[in-house]
Design a protein around this ligand. Structure first.
Ligand SMILES: [Zn+2]
Length: 91
């Protein structure tokens, strides 16, 4: 292999590794701020829960939305269409 080709290959590998580090760092930061309450995920400082299915399956943080106006609604995910029973935070 030509020296120039080898150098270019190393440069590409370097770039790919840097991108991987950035992705892992943001994942780590995210998971540090994320709390699992036994049913739903909550981000520090954010009162709205995230979809546990989307997070655990795809590592995507999808906010759950309130489904309906009446009391006792279950938050649901617009991406996977699952509804989740919120934990009784007083109990
Ligand atoms: Zn979901």
């Amino acid at each position: 292999m030509e020296l120039r080709e080898a150098a270019m290959e190393l440069q590409e590998q370097n770039l790919a590794l840097r991108e991987r580090v950035v992705a892992l760092e943001s994942e780590l930061k995210q998971s540090k701020n994320l709390k699992f309450d036994g049913g739903l995920y909550y981000m520090h400082g954010d009162p709205d829960p995230f979809c546990p299915l989307c997070y655990e399956r795809d590592k995507k943080l999808i906010h759950l939305v309130k489904n309906g106006q009446q009391e006792g609604y279950w938050p649901s995910c617009l991406v996977c269409n699952e509804s989740f029973e919120p934990r009784n935070r007083n109990g």
